[in-house]
Design a protein around this ligand. Structure first.
Ligand SMILES: NC(=O)c1ccc[n+]([C@@H]2O[C@H](COP(=O)([O-])OP(=O)(O)OC[C@H]3O[C@@H](n4cnc5c(N)ncnc54)[C@H](OP(=O)(O)O)[C@@H]3O)[C@@H](O)[C@H]2O)c1
Length: 325
């Protein structure tokens, strides 16, 4: 039987998600039947289920945006794929389900060298981290970047990519126990995200100011990072974990000409070709293979244990919570 986590109305995941069983679907002409290996849980899943995200599914909907599966069978045009191939589990079908069908033309094959748990977390946060580093500031070797939520999946990719590219990172977190794990990934400076750190930052960077600030929190956290930016520095907001407005200290706009930007990977995907996206994934595969860059994984749950998984996701953690089929 197929198992899927669906929601019939928008709301809190623990209140609206239901586990539904149905016969395993048959692929139609030019479609593949895919079995889920692993699916990721992301903050944007909570936004989609809650009805607050920038794009929403038609209800009732199967939850989940990111995952990886194996092709069980194909009917008609294979599009160069075959049974046994590992592919990105299609976001349009919803990834928190054990089996789905999808047109072979829409499927993206993943090299067998990529670990399946890693592949399940490869399509939203890693490309976001790469685009944040490449799109806003012409960074040079030795330049400093500052980010909050340093232990998030995007944050850990920023740390590892930046280290591989020769940039230095200042990472803000909510507890000291994260200092060691983030330093092991290549973080240069890790600090608790609280009021007094901007005053002592230059002592830690040898007098340098960051050129790029990456904000996925909002509120006072972003305000503190803006105070640290150098002249004409850029602050990019790509998430709002606390839901507070982005606070902007006016004097930094006037005297430092700091710039505020935004980024949404979904918009990038919508406005670029399939080939551009394939090239972006290819670049990520190369970073993984050459520099062993990875997403920390904290725990894996079966779909039937979705309540435990959502509760684990909502707690402070150092790594992703995945579903397995
Ligand atoms: N714009 C885009 O295209 C795009 C793409 C990908 C991700 N994002 C955004 O990037 C952010 C990170 O996503 P992710 O999947 O990497 O996250 P994740 O791995 O699930 O980690 C969540 C992070 O948020 C922190 N956090 C949670 N609640 C918080 C609060 N109330 N105050 C301060 N920090 C809090 C957590 O810190 P603790 O461990 O201390 O709880 C952790 O660092 C999210 O906002 C997500 O929506 C945006």
């Amino acid at each position: 039987m197929q198992q899927k986590l669906i929601y019939r109305s928008f709301g809190k995941p623990l209140e609206v998600l239901e586990l539904e069983s149905a016969p395993i679907p048959e692929p139609q002409e030019n479609e593949a039947l895919i079995k889920l290996e692993y699916a990721n849980i992301n903050p944007s899943d909570m936004g989609m289920i809650g009805g607050s995200y920038g794009k929403l599914a038609e209800l009732p909907a199967t939850a989940g945006r990111e995952g990886v599966g194996t092709i069980l069978s194909i009917k008609g045009d294979t599009n160069g794929l075959s049974a046994g191939d590992r592919v990105r589990y299609p976001e349009s079908a919803g990834t928190w389900q054990s089996h789905c069908t999808a047109p072979t033309a829409d499927l993206f094959k993943i090299p067998s060298s990529i670990d399946p748990e890693q592949a399940a977390a490869l399509f939203i946060n890693p490309p976001t981290a790469l685009m944040l580093l490449k799109s806003f500031v012409d960074l040079k070797e030795g330049d400093w970047i500052i980010q909050n939520a340093g232990n998030s999946s995007v944050g850990t990719w920023v740390i590892q990519l930046a280290a591989a590219m020769g940039y230095k990172t200042i990472n803000l977190v909510r507890r000291e126990s994260l200092f060691g794990p983030l330093e092991e990934l290549g973080a240069d400076v890790v600090l608790v995200d609280e009021d007094d750190y901007p005053k002592k930052l230059k002592e830690l960077t040898g007098g340098a100011s960051p050129k790029l600030a990456l904000n996925s929190i909002g509120g006072n956290s972003v305000s503190r990072m803006i105070k640290c930016l150098g002249e004409s520095g850029v602050c990019v907001t790509f998430g709002g974990m606390v839901g507070d407005p982005v606070r902007f200290p006016t004097r930094f706009l006037i005297f430092n000409d700091v710039q505020l930007r935004g980024f949404w990977m979904d918009k990038w995907t919508r406005t670029h070709s399939k080939e551009d996206l394939a090239n972006l994934y290819q670049e990520l595969f190369e970073w993984i293979e050459k520099h062993n860059i990875h997403t920390p994984i904290q725990e894996v749950f079966e779909l039937k244990d979705f309540s435990k998984a959502i509760k684990a996701f909502s707690k402070p953690r150092m790594g992703k919570i995945l579903f397995k089929s």
